[in-house]
Write a protein that binds this ligand. Structure first.
Ligand code: E4P
Length: 217
């Protein structure tokens, strides 16, 4: 499973990139707002840091507007993925942009039927939002499983990009189901490394090591 980082925070991306685990980045208007930066400026910096796809989201509501905005965003760098919403207009924009060779991430997907349409419209990535479904007492992970089954039934090439991930457990479940990509905030990716027994074990080893009076360096 590829790891994308769901943030426009340059330092956080740089920190994770040191480990070589950042396969891409996703941003959205709320994340750009949170960064307090200019969209083109910050997205360019992200593209310079990361080789993989960097999603930049359009804000127009009509297909024509999304296409124009998407092409403008794509000028930032070769690894830009144009993000459009899963509306009828967004699907039209997806079809037009992918036909011209642009990568498109269709976002705000909340049903298997929406995902099926996005694949038919040639989406590069489909972004089902797990956490926001869980928030309204629906099963976000079940949606990932449904899309996996449908895409596998017909051999669709659209990659399932599990989004709105809120916990390390979401990451594990997405990987078990076979999501192609998971995009998560930096704190969630870091939380994957934590286990209380690791901390306890380390504490015990260090106590015993101190008793030996030895040094490695
Ligand atoms: C994905 O591309 C979105 O930016 C993101 O995952 C949304 O997550 P949220 O529901 O936590 O805002």
């Amino acid at each position: 499973m590829k790891f994308f980082v769901d943030t426009a925070d340059i330092e956080a991306i740089r920190d994770l990139a040191q480990l070589g685990i950042v396969d891409g980045v996703t941003t959205n208007p709320s994340l750009i707002m949170k960064s307090g930066r200019d969209i083109k400026e910050v997205t360019k910096e992200i593209c310079d840091l990361v080789d993989g796809p960097v999603s930049a989201e359009t804000v127009a509501l009509d297909a024509e507007g999304m296409i124009a905005e998407g092409k403008e965003l794509a000028k930032i760098a070769d690894n830009i993925t144009i993000k459009v919403p899963l509306t009828w207009e967004g699907l039209k924009a997806c079809k037009a942009l992918t036909s011209e060779g642009f990568m498109v991430n269709v976002t705000l997907c909340f049903s298997a039927n929406q995902a099926l349409l996005a694949a038919k419209a040639g989406a590069t990535f489909i972004s089902p939002f797990i956490g926001r479904l869980d928030d309204i007492n629906l099963d976000g992970m079940e949606l990932i499983a449904e899309i996996r089954a449908i895409y596998d039934n017909y051999g669709f090439g659209t990659e399932i990009l599990a989004a709105s991930i809120r916990s390390a457990n979401h990451m594990k479940q997405a990987a078990l189901i076979g999501a192609d990509v998971a995009t998560a905030p930096p704190n969630v990716i870091k939380a994957m490394a934590s286990h209380p027994l690791t901390d306890k074990g380390l504490e015990g080893f260090l106590k015993d090591w101190a008793k030996t009076g030895q040094k490695i360096l």
